[in-house]
Design a protein around this ligand. Structure first.
Ligand SMILES: [Zn+2]
Length: 346
């Protein structure tokens, strides 16, 4: 990029010149009535040259926390000295958002398995294509914000392909305690964007159907830190989260599953440190007898837990991530105990 001559941001149908901000509603499909389905996009092109970064949320229509993160960056931050361009897309999956559900209502398609999309394919892939070609491919990096699936919650963490140096730089810059590394399923925005040369990470934060202020603030800190790392906000500093663990993703294995049906009494909050042998939760019967204790098989941090307290055998209870000794000590220094009523056995 040349010294300080910022470029216009162009998309199919418009341009945003340096020093300009545009709020647009961009058509990505049509309803049964032939009306446009349009996503809100705010493009903030700084007066000074710099990288182009996209922020997106609600690729799953009921995952709301990220929407507020994107809106606050776009509309509440002072970006007068921005070096580069921000492409802010608070609601990618508009039909899912309107229905307050995860998937696109038509055939229950997952928009976040439909990238990079195709112009002449299914409705989901056409929508993905319009988003991808206009607002993702022109960027230098991206952050896609999600929450846990309905009925569960997770602590704020990053999902990123740490084997990719460019993605790893971005993931580290976000300043979260936990990074879960994998290249991600094909069709996800982060994987397809990264494969197309736009390093992208996913942020997981909290529950669906909520605005959770504490998590939103933490994610805003992460975005600020990323924009500092890449020079978009020269006055800000890259932050260090205090402790960090990078976990290789072995998917389902790290989810502890119920071996009995029942109602779950959870003894720890999401984000807590639990020691090997701690009773994480108890699966109780209607008579509160023959209860099943679920103990931590190793020492780690509870990255995710169920919120809806009813389980069949095989249902996930919690996502426990193992910690090495130095990380555990750092977390103990960092964290005041958040156990609700944990038995003191560690
Ligand atoms: Zn999601």
């Amino acid at each position: 990029m040349s010294d300080d001559a910022a470029d216009a941001f162009t998309y199919n149908g418009g341009r945003v010149d340096p020093g300009e901000t545009a709020n647009i509603r961009y058509g990505i499909s049509e309803t049964y009535l032939g009306d446009p389905v349009r996503i809100p996009v705010t493009i903030i092109n700084g007066e000074h040259a710099g990288p182009t970064v996209f922020l997106s949320a609600a690729a799953h229509g009921d995952e709301l926390n990220g929407i507020e993160v994107v809106r606050e960056v776009a509309h509440e931050w002072d970006l007068a000295d921005l070096r580069g361009t921000l492409v802010c897309m608070p609601v990618l999956n508009v039909p899912g958002f309107l229905a307050q559900q995860r998937y696109l209502p038509i055939y229950d398609r997952d928009l976040n398995r439909s990238f990079p999309g195709r112009e002449d394919s299914t409705s989901a892939k056409r929508m993905a294509h319009r988003i991808f070609t206009n607002f993702v491919e022109p960027c230098d990096l991206g952050i896609d914000l999600h929450t846990s699936t309905r009925g569960r919650t997770n602590m704020l963490h990053v999902r990123a392909d740490m084997a990719d140096d460019d993605v790893s730089r971005l993931a580290n810059a976000f300043s979260s305690n936990v990074i879960i590394s994998s290249d991600g399923p094909s069709g996800t925005l982060r994987r397809e964007a990264s494969d197309a040369g736009v390093p992208t990470i996913t942020i997981e934060m909290g529950e669906a159907h909520r605005f959770q202020r504490r998590l939103i603030d933490r994610a805003l800190d992460g975005v600020r830190s990323v924009l500092a790392e890449y020079g978009l906000l020269a006055q800000e500093a890259v932050s260090w989260p205090g402790w960090r663990t990078v976990v290789e993703d072995n998917d389902e294995k790290t989810w502890l599953r119920a071996d009995a049906g029942g109602m779950v009494d959870m003894h720890f909050e999401c984000g807590s440190l639990v020691h090997e042998g701690d009773r994480i939760c108890t699966i109780t019967s209607p008579f509160k007898e023959d209860n099943t204790a679920v103990e931590a098989p190793f020492t780690g941090v509870l990255v995710g837990i169920l919120e809806n307290p009813v389980v069949y055998p095989g249902n996930p209870l919690c996502h426990l991530v193992e910690l090495d000794e130095p990380t555990r000590r750092a977390l103990e220094r960092d964290q005041t105990p958040t156990a609700v009523d944990a038995p003191a056995n560690a």
